[in-house]
Design a protein around this ligand. Structure first.
Ligand code: FE
Ligand code: MN
Length: 480
């Protein structure tokens, strides 16, 4: 662990982060001492600086064994940089059916909703038009024009270049493969802090085909310009790979009397393929890509056995063909299984209503956000380890301004196999019909470090016995 500090860069930002960590590790007094040492060491030659940091790190780490939680960071809004009011910004894409993509963007002026695209940079051989751009108001705020255009049919696993509204820069995207393997990246509760930036950088470096997001996107929390800022922050990633999202509580944004419509901004800006999956609400839908069926549930839509969402889920799961899609994943915001003291029991009513449906369908993994920490459970059904139940993962650690949920209940439930309150993201590699690799990458002082990983076998290939409970091999020797 001392090696960590030797990687230090001498820019102020890094020293600041280091200082925060030191304070958490050693208490405020030693932290200030350490900070003074760091500041005065700026006058030392490089060698002296490194030795000082090394000694400091030895002293610090000898006091604290484990990785120590960093403090939250504030929101850092991203201003608009478009040159004209017709230029696109906040560009993001999402999957529509097997070979189409929805392109969403915002302009200040009302320009045609048109996307030109092709397989070479700047050479657009096709174009598509969308419906009239929409715009919404929220108390005194009026949004820009929000455009949605579906392009395709597109070839699988292919890079396309595109331009929005006939103006502005050339963007590019890569379509996902049509067959396994396929790679997902997952992080919930992103927000827009320096931690978020760090998480996004790690996700960008991972070779993912699709990004999955279990809710709590912008943390705008009624301050609508922060939705625009979030759109700009995520654009480099979200314009190049499909972002499939579902809503969290921070998307609700109602204000007593003034704003009674929930999800106004979220639904306007993050339209998902709900109609295409037979849903009547943007708050829950499903999609299929390569050999995977993904159900995005809505923790903040009605879920009781008489609700539209429940009936839709029943129908959707009945249509899943595990030969066509051997893998079945579910995402939702408020976790059904959680041993953190944060948000304890909030997902319980939904679990009681819907868990039997997921169990009967042999869902492989359920991903949740909401709790700002990472936790992985064994296969569970109805609060008991069950070889035919889904694995539950909480991945609400994207990096928002609220910070981490550091308090876990003790003693640790035997259903909970790994839990840690750190920022990070997950990577899910579906190698073939039977084997998936899951890894959780902690943002360790802004570096991405694999901290939990397992191989998972699909429940679709198992018959009556389902899977052995303790399946957590560290390696897989079969053919991939
Ligand atoms: Fe959250
Ligand atoms: Mn939440």
């Amino acid at each position: 662990m001392p090696g960590l500090l030797l990687k230090i860069r001498r820019d102020n930002a890094y020293i600041h982060i280091q200082f925060e960590s030191l304070v958490v590790r050693c208490g405020i007094d030693k932290g200030i001492e350490a900070f003074m040492a760091l500041v005065s060491s700026k006058t030392l030659p490089n060698m002296g600086f490194s030795i000082l940091l090394y000694l400091l790190s030895m002293a610090v780490y000898s006091e604290a064994g484990d990785y120590v939680r960093p403090l939250p960071r504030p929101i850092t809004p991203i201003p608009s940089t478009t040159t004209t009011d017709m230029d696109a910004e906040q560009v993001h894409i999402s999957l529509v059916g097997s070979d189409r993509m929805r392109v969403t963007w915002v302009t200040k002026e009302d320009v045609p909703s048109m996307v030109e695209y092709g397989k070479s940079p700047g050479k657009y051989t096709s174009s598509a038009f969308g419906e009239l751009a929409s715009s919404y108001s929220y108390v005194f705020y009026r949004s820009g024009y929000i455009h949605n255009v579906v392009i395709g049919p597109l070839e699988a696993n292919t890079v396309y270049y595109y331009r929005c509204g006939g103006h502005g820069p050339d963007y590019n995207l890569k379509t996902p493969p049509s067959q396994l393997p396929i790679f997902f990246s997952i992080a919930g509760d992103l927000g827009q802090t320096d931690w978020t930036k760090s998480t996004l950088q790690h996700i960008q470096k991972s070779s993912h085909d699709v990004f999955l997001m279990p809710g709590d996107l912008s943390y705008a929390d009624n301050q609508q310009p922060l939705w625009d800022s979030f759109g700009r922050l995520v654009e480099p990633l979200a314009s190049s790979r499909p972002w499939m999202v579902t809503e969290g509580n921070h998307e609700v944004e109602t204000i007593l009397i003034l704003m009674e419509h929930a999800f106004r901004s979220y639904n306007a800006r993050w339209q998902m393929p709900y109609k295409e999956s037979g849903s009547t609400s943007n708050l829950y839908y499903s999609f299929e890509v390569a050999g995977v069926h993904v159900v995005m549930l809505g923790s903040y839509a009605k879920y009781g056995t008489n609700s539209d969402q429940y009936k839709w889920l029943q129908g959707d799961l009945a249509r899943v063909d595990r030969v066509r899609t051997p893998w079945l994943f579910v995402l939702l915001h408020a976790p059904w299984y959680n041993t953190n003291t944060a948000h304890e029991g909030e997902g319980e009513k939904m679990r009681i209503a819907m868990e039997p449906l997921l169990y009967a369908a042999k869902v492989d993994i359920v991903f949740a956000g909401h709790v700002h920490a990472y936790e992985r459970f064994t296969r569970v059904y109805n609060n008991k380890a069950d070889p035919c139940g889904p694995i539950y993962v909480t991945i609400g650690d994207g990096g928002n301004r609220e910070g981490l949920a550091s308090e876990f209940k003790k003693p640790q439930s035997e259903l909970s196999l790994f839990r840690e309150a750190s920022f990070g993201h997950g990577e899910l590699g579906i190698y073939n019909a039977t084997h998936t690799h899951w890894s959780w990458h902690r943002n360790q002082d802004d570096e991405s470090v694999v901290s939990d990983e397992i191989w998972i076998n699909s429940l679709s290939t198992s018959t009556n016995s389902c899977q052995k409970l303790q399946e957590s091999p560290t390696s897989y020797d079969g053919e991939l």
